[in-house]
Design a protein around this ligand. Sequence first.
Ligand SMILES: [Zn+2]
Length: 94
Amino acid sequence: MPTKKKTPFRMCISCRSMKDKREMLRVVKSADGQVRVDAGGKAPGRGAYVCGDGECLKKLRKTKALNKAFSCTVDESVYEAVETYFSRKTDDQK
Ligand SMILES: [Zn+2]
């Protein structure tokens, strides 16, 4: 069994599945309260992870999972940025 490398798993804030964080998108809330997409995964602040699978994105918007994860109102543009990120990612795989 290949167990040498530790895979960092994170829970998706939308569908709550555990995934390899490298396959997920990090959204970060910085100290000044700004919420934005952190494609590099390195921005300082509190992070939340979204996997973007199947119904996950629809659910994210429907349940306003980002608002819940950060306990604040997250601008609609952040949800759009998350969707754009995953639609691009899907295009790359074609
Ligand atoms: Zn998900």
